[in-house]
Design a protein around this ligand. Structure first.
Ligand SMILES: [Fe+2]
Length: 489
């Protein structure tokens, strides 16, 4: 099947001819830098949630445009029938909320889901219509409202109604697709990829926020049936990964943020690592044995954080006669075989100390995920499919660990892609030779000693951003994301 789907062959030919031209293109002008600064949330407490909630607003590398013949951007923006339409995820998110849910912040420091929805459109309008097409006639008011700097968090409570926002999104998308059909737009696949990546990352952020809402403020959509849960594979146990070397990071022409580059060869010493994620049942042992009341398991900063925040259990757990968990739409009994999540890096690190083990470094994690070869995913380079892991499922949730043996890594590890993100011990920093591209606000600003790297993706992560080289990064105290961990030694 032609990868271009609805894109005509002549259009693909045009894309190919523009390839070299695109490789030399840069978005380094003053305007681009200004936009990055305006869209950055680094100085706000909104950074309690995923940095990619808005750090993703920064542009990706523009000189590595991918293979235009793949026509991925065009395919997605045209709403292809292969399930790649990015709107199929977040479009129903707001209607699933109760009447006031999407317009109400889940708590202090968080913008409403509705704001993120409008922000996706404003971002698309800026990068595709304004910067790529040169059309600055789109709604200045929406550009202001959905700009995180121009509209402080408190002002984000007074938003246009959902219908107006959706009309704006549809209009921007219509104009974007129209621009794509013109030669100038067709050549600019890099910008389309950038906008796609941004939208997909905001979708997961919106799900974090939707999950935070009390069940009384949202409703399960009619007819939604939970995804079939996989049979539990042989799960427990750890593997010994032999010493070796491999190329870490994003190489080749495909999508990759500046923090994934340059790819470089690293040596890895032999290490042990669990085949599966730490489960609720395992984490309960830590809770029941006084893990949250024993300073010896915690770093000084972690203990100070725990005391100041009165943390006593994972964010996703609900205390009672028996532990329950908060699902996306309703509370339910805890499944002990599911991975624990809703834990900060501090909590993951404390658990590891309690267990007499440690978190893997991100080098160890990526080596365990892809082995010595150049595979894009743990299972190889085939595109993500539902049998390979728990991802790309925006109405789902975590599944029992180790349930997708078809997605096993070269060293026998399971759930390395999807289910929940995985904390690593590694402080977020640039790879050797790192060059901020196109500007430092995307990654470099967060090389601050506090952020830690998380890898692997969650059940809510969309497949275009599941590449093994992807580096997520969060503050150590961040705990509302779909993030768990596995242990190493
Ligand atoms: Fe953003």
């Amino acid at each position: 099947m032609s990868p271009c789907l609805r894109v005509s062959e002549p259009l693909c030919a045009k894309l190919s001819r523009k390839r070299e031209e695109l490789r030399t293109q840069r978005l380094r002008d003053t305007e681009a830098r200004s936009f990055a600064a305006r869209d950055d949330l680094g100085t706000s407490d909104d950074v309690q949630h995923s940095p990619h909630g808005c750090y993703a607003c920064a542009a990706r590398r523009i000189d590595d445009t991918g293979d235009p013949d793949d026509c991925r951007s065009a395919r997605v923006f045209y709403g292809a029938t292969d399930g790649a339409d990015p709107r199929r995820n977040h479009a129903p998110v707001c209607p699933r909320c109760g009447r006031d849910g999407p317009a109400t912040a889940a708590g202090p420091g968080f913008r409403p889901i509705l704001w993120h929805r409008g922000h996706i459109g404003a971002y698309e309008a800026y990068w595709i219509l304004h910067r790529s097409k040169g059309d600055t006639t789109t709604s200045a008011e929406f550009q202001r409202i959905f700009d995180p700097i121009n509209t402080p968090r408190d002002d984000a409570r007074n938003l246009p109604p959902l219908d107006e926002i959706d009309a704006y999104l549809a209009d921007v998308r219509r104009q974007s697709v129209s621009w794509l059909s013109e030669p100038g737009g067709a050549a600019d696949t890099a910008t389309f990829d950038l906008v796609l990546e941004h939208e997909l990352q905001h979708q997961e952020t919106m799900l974090y926020l939707l999950h935070l809402l009390d069940p009384s403020r949202k409703r399960r959509p009619d007819g939604l049936v939970d995804r079939e849960r996989p049979d539990l594979a042989a799960t427990n146990g750890r593997v010994r990964v032999p010493a070796g070397s491999f190329e870490i990071g994003a190489s080749g022409p495909g999508f990759g943020y500046d923090n994934e580059r340059p790819a470089h060869r690293v040596e890895v010493r032999s290490f042990g690592i669990d085949r599966t994620l730490v489960t609720n049942a395992q984490f309960m042992g830590f809770v029941d044995s006084g893990g949250y009341t024993t300073p010896e398991y915690w770093t000084d900063k972690g203990w100070a954080w725990l005391e100041s925040e009165n943390i006593e259990h994972p964010h996703s757990w609900l205390p009672g006669r028996r532990w329950r968990v908060r699902g996306l739409f309703e509370d339910r009994e805890m499944d002990p075989s599911e991975p624990v999540w809703g834990v900060s890096w501090y909590e993951a690190d404390a658990y590891a100390r309690w267990a007499g083990r440690r978190l893997p470094t991100e080098i160890e994690w990526e080596f365990a995920a892809r082995g010595t070869g150049s595979r894009v995913y743990p299972w190889g380079s085939a595109e993500p499919k539902p049998n390979l892991g728990n991802f790309d499922d925006p109405t789902g949730g975590p599944t029992p660990v180790g349930g997708y043996p078809d997605g096993v890594s070269p060293f026998g590890l399971l759930d390395m892609t999807g289910n929940v993100w995985e904390w690593t011990s590694t402080e977020f920093a640039g790879y050797p030779g790192f060059r901020a591209d196109p500007y430092p606000e995307y990654s470099e600003l967060w090389f601050d000693g506090d952020h830690r790297v998380a890898r692997g993706g969650s059940w809510a992560t969309r497949s275009p951003i599941l590449r093994t080289s992807f580096r997520n990064f969060f503050r150590r105290a961040f705990r509302i994301g779909f993030i768990g961990f596995r242990l190493a030694d």
